[in-house]
Design a protein around this ligand. Sequence first.
Ligand SMILES: Cc1cc2nc3c(=O)[nH]c(=O)nc-3n(C[C@H](O)[C@H](O)[C@H](O)COP(=O)(O)OP(=O)(O)OC[C@H]3O[C@@H](n4cnc5c(N)ncnc54)[C@H](O)[C@@H]3O)c2cc1C
Length: 544
Amino acid sequence: MTSPLQQAPTVGTAMDTTAEQFDVIIIGAGVTGLYALHRLRERGFSVRIFESGDGVGGTWYWNRYPGARFDSESYTYGYSFSQELLQEWEWQEHYAGQPETERYLNYVADKFDLRRDISLRSHVHSVVFDESANAWQVFLADGRQARARFVITAVGSLSAYYIPDFEGLDSFQGTWCHTGRWPAAGMDLAGKRVGVIGTGATGVQLITAIAPEVGHLTVFQRTANYCAPLRNGPIDPETQRQIKASYPEIFQKCSETAGSFIHQFDPRSAMSVSPEERLEQYERLWTEPGFKKWLSNFYDVMLPGEANEDYAAFVRQKIRERVKDPVIAEKLVPKDHMFGSKRLPCESGYYEVFNQDNVELVDVREAPIERITPTGVKTKAAEYALDVIIFATGYDAVTGPLNRIEIRGEGGQTLKDKFAEGPRTYMGIQSVGFPNLFTINAASVGNFVRAAEPLVDWVCECIGYVRAHQMTRIAPAPEAEAAWTQHVAEAGAKILRTQANSWFVGANIPGKARFLLTSPDSAPVMRAKRAEVAAKGYAGFILQ
Ligand SMILES: Cc1cc2nc3c(=O)[nH]c(=O)nc-3n(C[C@H](O)[C@H](O)[C@H](O)COP(=O)(O)OP(=O)(O)OC[C@H]3O[C@@H](n4cnc5c(N)ncnc54)[C@H](O)[C@@H]3O)c2cc1C
């Protein structure tokens, strides 16, 4: 068996108070960590990023699998804070692939001279609160230590890759890999018998990209998803010019939508127009790129009910039309969850892959995987001989990367224990018992950078406020945390995202408590709530 996955060594937690000191330690050098570093340095803080990987970029460093790309429009995803950067950088495609986004984030790191404050190959093993000093001690897996008053966990919401606990994986004699740890040197798939486990957004991208190259492809599907055509393309010079000239409007539009995407819902109800008009809109949006067919649709398509089911039926029909074998088509048609209750995978030829003679679809809900064997995968019904197994099995989302760090707060309690029944936070930002720790990987969703920039700005402002008022600690008031946690549970229960068995509610991880892992509020509402809290001198927080 060969695999590029690494295990972190274990370390002790005896504090060395002479360890290198910083004002702020950031864990993670993805888009969030890089931006936080830049902003905090501007304010004169000493900052250090510790990053497990060999390079910057986070998601866009690790996810090198073939086909990895945005479903956000590239130019809506990039940072907005620097006019110079906006004018210099030229996105090549409407939906950039991983290499382009990784290049972009490296360009940012160089342009703003971020690397001097980033320690790569620095896996944070544990973070322990020193109550006597109101400071955090950070322990790296290689034995190094550092201290800081504040810690920001910019560890990502989708960075803790997850592989189901299949019996026999160690015995597999071929090669295997998780998509989130795709080797930089690539994997040799040409002519091989390849099995892909998982058909979420990543599986859909990967399967489409490797299908022309492999000898035989076996796709193990548990859940059929609603997928829609991405309709990607290069950005021509005239469009490039228009994009550069209209960044303020682009970002303004994004700031007004629930998920910070550029698409605005049609304020009409699908059911208020005639069936012909409804269908005409569905068909027209279907020819448009990206999430438009999802997020520019009649507003009630995104609410549980008749409109949602009407659109789901339309999408199911679109799938059926593309798959030649009606039996296979039916397996690819989602029937167990509502349209939009999971993030919509965008594709570029996914369904046609299943018309290839060398591609086989295995329904593991019908016949579950029993074990991995030395030569492949055995389900309840059959054995599949494979040279390569690729796990497109997703992530232990949001709390996963936090739980993989031993975070010990006041009284030695761990964040993992505290979050055992779901995150208990105030606005996703802080948790009682963990002063000066900003868990911002849990607080940003949608078109990520649009939501992350204002959140990071808020945290930097907050840290600046604590310092300016000569205080040394900030933590939520217990009643503020309780009220927020209740709000997440109650408001969360009403939104589409909690209706499916998805990572949004931890349903993809056996034993994980079912709880909405992100905010139930729209991005504008979250920004307004945070602004109000700050304007009231950080209402709901205890500052000392
Ligand atoms: C395949 C894929 C496609 C996506 N496409 C989109 C998209 O089109 N649009 C969109 O808005 N979002 C998309 N996302 C979500 C994406 O995760 C965010 O857009 C964004 O990249 C998150 O940035 P981040 O900096 O918060 O976290 P990440 O990019 O996940 O970075 C976190 C970093 O923290 C590091 N880290 C974690 N734990 C430790 C530790 N203990 N010690 C040291 N370092 C640690 C990790 O190595 C990682 O580099 C996608 C996600 C995936 C997985």
